[in-house]
Design a protein around this ligand. Structure first.
Ligand SMILES: [Zn+2]
Length: 248
């Protein structure tokens, strides 16, 4: 499978990174994991046709993971898309998302192609991935129900041709994923919410796992940051926008 990092920024907007999105190309399927702001420009820059993206999986609906969707829908429309687009969301956010699209004047009954909103929890029925719940949104567990929303976020496990890739998306800490790392070939890890010491320990405990850091906050780019030493000596990779890797 091939992963192309369309956006690698943290939740903070910066000039040199777009927000979180990864294009996954397996032997049978192509799909995006998350669609942060700038995803459509990222697709164009790295030679993907936005109107030909068949599916998007959204780990959680923070803007840096989901705010690119309305423009992806609009640009696909303007580029003449007719094929359906599947958008997988945590099921507790589907009704809200549909309502938001209506507010953006995006109505399935007037759209040139079907927008199929599906439960992320059931994405494995159509795509070569599993999702598992993490604790990233626990901080809003007390407030979300008062707005009629749950507070659920997910990490992804993608399998293809005997290879397994864990994409943490946003997590609460390394505890959210360390029980799932064993047996994976590549770990794509949220560098904002995992502590540097925990990342270093995880790398030491799993020398056979290739670690790619993304969701990069500005401080990690400082040469003196402790993770930079591990990047320099090849123990892990720090993704840039447009970084692409084939996993065979
Ligand atoms: Zn988040």
């Amino acid at each position: 499978m091939t992963l192309t990092f369309l956006g690698t920024a943290s939740g903070l907007t910066v000039l040199h990174r777009r927000h979180f999105s990864i294009m996954v190309e397996t032997s049978g399927k192509r799909f995006l994991l998350d669609a942060g702001e700038g995803v459509t420009q990222g697709l164009l820059e790295w030679s993907f046709d936005p109107e030909q993206v068949p599916a998007v999986c959204v780990s959680h609906t923070h803007p840096d993971h989901a705010a690119g969707l309305p423009m992806l829908l609009q640009t696909s429309y303007l580029r003449g898309r007719t094929a359906p687009l599947d958008i997988y969301l945590p099921k507790g956010r589907i009704a809200w998302f549909e309502n938001m699209l209506h507010g953006f004047n995006i109505f399935n009954s007037r759209w040139k192609y079907p927008i199929c909103l599906r439960a992320l929890e059931e994405a494995g029925e159509r795509l070569p991935l599993e999702v598992f719940r993490n604790h990233h949104l626990d901080t809003i567990l007390d407030v979300a129900p008062g707005y009629g929303l749950d507070a659920v976020s997910y990490s992804f496990l993608v399998s293809d041709a005997g290879r397994r890739v864990l994409v943490s998306s946003d997590i609460a800490g390394i505890d959210d994923i360390d029980g799932h790392v064993r047996g994976v070939d590549v770990l794509v890890l949220d560098a904002t919410h995992a502590e540097s010491e925990d990342i270093a320990t995880l790398a030491e405990q799993n020398p056979d796992v290739m670690i790619i850091l993304t969701h990069i906050p500005p401080e990690i780019e400082e040469e003196t940051h402790p993770l930079q030493e591990m990047v320099r000596d090849g123990r892990m990779t720090l993704a840039e926008d447009g970084f692409s890797i084939q996993i065979n």
